[in-house]
Design a protein around this ligand. Structure first.
Ligand SMILES: [Zn+2]
Length: 367
């Protein structure tokens, strides 16, 4: 084993964007839907999530943790999985990820572990990432001045949080004006939203207001970028639409999450702006055996001090483990090739692994 391989196998990670894992057992349908990000409906009868890159990766890399041979078939995997209580699966998979710090998006958290439970189950540290749209939806029913209510709740909720997050990609996308609205525009938009009776925030003026309030907190702002479920219009989740916003964002670190299939655009943006960062969470899991080439593309344009690790695990604890496992094997394949071809010194490869695994996250989030 090379020194690089040994280092990657043992390096501790900071998972800078993740959600809680399940702690309650469920049926096979819930599990298979948990392995499909994009489809919001139950899978078709002829289909199975095990016949996807992610499903095969689960059978290959997760089966041994349950005492099965690698490549165990889907029924065998499911039968064995059912023999474990869900909290035991969570402990098994999450501790095997070797993550010291979990930065947890608490915006959509039904049916999954909360901050305290994640820390307890993993033995690691849990930090909160506050979702701006949740703050808005909390502020909306507060009587009177929406802007004041939003600001108050945002300051309270982020007092002990490490970052904020925007899911604007799911609420109309990035294309169009993202400048700060005036106080009057905000008040009018809040009245329109109130009158509509719609609990979900989709009003663009208020989404823009939230982003600019977040910039004033002096904490990193995460953006969902690229693929997600089919409610997210993939055409409008291209980070190039954020150019003007980056120009107005000052020094606040902006974290582009997931990025697939816009990882090359995101890499360019990370090079173009001092405060823009990216990761490949979520996508790495879904690309399975193809994730090494994706990790290679993340290492094209983006400066190495601008790339972070995340799993974006949500629900099945397999995802929190696989994100780490596939990242380790993918970055090893990519960097070992650089070293073997004589382009990189092994010491440089090890240094870059440390930056992406934890060094950059520790610096940006001041952990
Ligand atoms: Zn996420």
């Amino acid at each position: 084993m090379s020194a690089l391989a040994e280092h990657i196998a043992a390096v501790t990670l900071i998972d800078h964007h993740v959600h809680g894992c399940w702690l309650q057992s469920g049926d096979r349908r819930r599990f298979e839907n948990g392995l499909n990000e994009a489809n919001t409906e139950p899978l078709a009868d002829f289909d199975t999530a095990f016949d996807t890159q992610l499903g095969v990766a689960v059978r290959t890399h997760c089966a041994p943790l349950l005492g099965l041979p690698a490549h165990a078939d889907a029924d065998e995997y499911w039968r064995r999985r059912c023999q474990y209580p869900e909290p035991e699966l969570a402990r098994l998979f999450l501790t095997a990820a070797n993550v010291s710090d979990w930065l947890i998006d608490t915006g959509f958290a039904s049916g999954v572990a909360d901050l305290g439970e994640m820390a307890a189950v993993t033995g690691g540290r849990a930090h909160e990432v506050v979702r701006l749209e949740s703050v808005a939806e909390e502020a909306m029913p507060a009587a009177g001045d929406y802007a004041a209510a939003f600001s108050r709740i945002l300051v309270e909720r982020t007092a002990n949080a490490v970052a904020t997050k925007s899911i604007m990609a799911y609420r109309g996308g990035f294309a169009g004006d993202l400048s700060e609205p005036t106080a009057r525009e905000v008040a009018e938009a809040a009245t329109r939203w109130w009158d509509s009776g719609e609990p979900r925030l989709t009003d663009r003026v208020l989404l823009r207001f939230g982003l600019h309030q977040a910039l004033r907190l002096d904490k990193p702002l995460q953006f969902h970028v690229g693929f997600g479920d089919r409610d997210c219009d993939l055409r409008l989740a291209n980070p190039l639409y954020l150019l003007d916003f980056f120009r107005a964002a000052g020094d606040t670190p902006i974290m582009l999450l997931h990025c697939y299939p816009y990882e090359r655009e995101a890499g360019y943006l990370a090079q173009a702006f001092n405060n823009v960062y990216l990761d490949g969470g979520l996508a790495i899991n879904y690309l399975g055996a193809r994730s090494a080439s994706f990790i290679g593309r993340l290492l094209e344009m983006a400066p190495f001090r601008k790339i972070l690790y995340s799993s974006d695990g949500f629900g099945p604890p397999e995802l929190h483990f696989l994100g780490a496992h596939l990242w380790r094997s993918g970055i090893h394949r990519v960097l070992q090739e650089f070293v073997d071809a004589g382009h990189w010194a092994e010491g440089d490869a090890i240094r870059v692994v440390d930056l992406i695994a934890h060094g950059n996250a520790r610096r940006v989030y001041r952990l």
